[in-house]
Design a protein around this ligand. Structure first.
Ligand code: XIL
Length: 449
């Protein structure tokens, strides 16, 4: 704990006597926080992760493994956990390459995203020709077997991958799995939950980044429906494969926020952006900022390490060049991760004012004090003195949101500004702020009601 946070944990300003606004007073200054020098460490400052796809066949490449071990704290098997890899013959499971990736990651203290349990693509040959209840049962058995085998080792599973159609329909993609019945997705999620109750269960797709696209809306409605009916879903993965024909949408933050508001985590799961130089760097910056601005965006995974490792290598879409050197895009991501976050223990005070609306005098005092902190949110308390008939304005700064209050009757002037009044529970009230990476204290002002 640095001096800044706790030594000024209580902020008291007595109001001016007359009507004028007392004016802003800066109580604490931002502490100098050391910038992290790797993607994983930088992301951890806000409780997030930064991951990459890994290919088992490259683990012997020391440049590759060197960057992997240094920079990333989450790993996804690029192909090795897919259905064709893990069940090449029906009922016969094969985990050798997947285990190499999982063990390497876990030995290095990294976590693992599982990808993917059920998908129309990269199915083993025996499954491609199946249909009806035998396919449904084979799919469910696959989900159960693989999720059970890796139980306890997977942070989040992509339970179902790419089940929605591109284009304007907003509906499901036709596939052998879809033809087993529209409920195949929820059946897969239920089987996964039974097999590994502690893994987060994600739906993962591409072309779902732009909020106005029909496919995005289709997935949104499915997640909304699953949440309303208690189908076990915890997260939505956004693959985020971008290029000039499919650029990063300007409403990306809106998409992530709207999904998160359904009560799921959101994750950027397969990020790559074709291009080079500052234009590519700017787009990476935008995606990273979009994630940081949404409290429930828990992490970002890029789909490979060096450009030469990419499934779209000719588009040079990654953060390291073919020689393993950091690109401009790397630096822009690292800077956003560092600047966009201010870890809890060094949180700062913010502007706090108190004012009186009582022309005859008799002001009030609002005192803000820090409460508990978590990776995604923190509590604050305000104690009022000078009157029992107070009106306190609490202003948070973007992307913060007040998500809970106690001992007060609250109303909102805008998403950022809350007006608090007594509700019969005394003169101390509190609230929870979802911080989205911004740990600044709210500003608090008091007037007599
Ligand atoms: C890709 C891999 O990167 C390639 O090596 C493989 O040949 C095809 O699949 N969406 C997904 C990923 O969910 O699994 C895909 O990975 C890329 C698109």
């Amino acid at each position: 704990m640095t001096l800044t946070a706790k030594s000024v944990a209580r902020v008291t300003l007595v109001s001016a006597l007359l009507t004028a606004v007392a004016g802003a007073a800066i109580i604490g200054a931002s502490p100098a926080s050391g910038a992290a020098s790797t993607l994983g460490a930088a992301a951890q400052q806000s409780g997030r992760y930064f991951g990459t796809a890994v290919a088992a066949g490259k683990l012997g490449d020391s440049t590759y493994t060197g960057i992997l071990n240094r920079e990333f704290d989450m790993v996804t098997a690029e192909n090795e956990m897919k259905m064709d890899a893990t069940e090449p013959n029906q009922g016969q499971f094969s985990y050798g390459n997947a285990d190499r990736i999982v063990n390497q990651a876990r030995n290095q203290g990294k976590r693992v995203r599982g990808h993917a349990l059920a998908w129309h693509s990269q199915q083993p040959g025996w499954m491609q020709n199946m249909s009806g209840s035998s396919l449904r049962n084979a799919m469910l058995n696959h989900v159960t077997q693989v999720a059970t085998y890796y139980r306890g080792k997977i942070y989040a599973w992509d339970v179902v991958n790419e089940a929605f159609a591109d284009g304007s329909s907003g509906g499901r993609r036709d596939s052998n799995l879809q033809r087993t019945g529209n409920d195949w997705i929820e059946a897969a999620f239920r089987a996964a939950r039974s097999a590994d109750p502690n893994a987060k269960l994600c739906y993962n797709d591409y072309n779902t980044d732009n909020w106005s696209h029909a496919k995005t809306q289709g997935v949104y409605r499915m997640v909304q429906d699953f949440k309303s009916r208690g189908v076990p879903i915890d997260c939505v993965g956004f693959q985020a494969h971008f290029n000039s024909g499919n650029p990063v949408p300007s409403n990306y933050h809106t998409t992530l926020q709207n999904f998160a508001a359904l009560g799921v985590d959101v994750q950027i799961t397969e990020l790559d952006i074709e291009g080079s130089g500052s234009s590519q760097a700017q787009q990476y910056q935008g995606v990273t900022q979009a994630c940081l601005s949404v409290p429930r965006c828990t992490g970002i995974t890029v789909w490979g390490i060096r450009d030469s490792d990419s499934w779209r290598a000719s588009g040079t879409p990654l953060l390291f060049d073919g020689n393993g050197n950091k690109k401009a895009a790397y630096t822009s991501v690292l800077n956003v991760l560092n600047n966009g976050t201010d870890p809890g223990p060094t949180s700062t005070t913010s502007t706090t004012t108190t004012t009186s609306s009582n022309p005859g005098g008799g002001g009030c005092t609002a005192t803000y004090s820090e409460g508990e902190k978590w990776s995604d949110r923190f509590n604050g308390n305000v104690t009022v003195s000078g009157t029992d008939n107070w009106i306190v304005t609490v202003t948070v700064s973007s992307p913060q949101r007040i998500i809970a209050t106690w001992n007060t009757s609250a109303s909102w002037d805008s998403a950022n500004v809350m007006t608090a009044r007594p509700n019969g529970n005394g003169n101390t009230f509190g609230f929870t702020i979802q911080h989205g990476g911004n740990w600044n204290w709210p500003s608090v002002s008091c007037r007599v009601g």
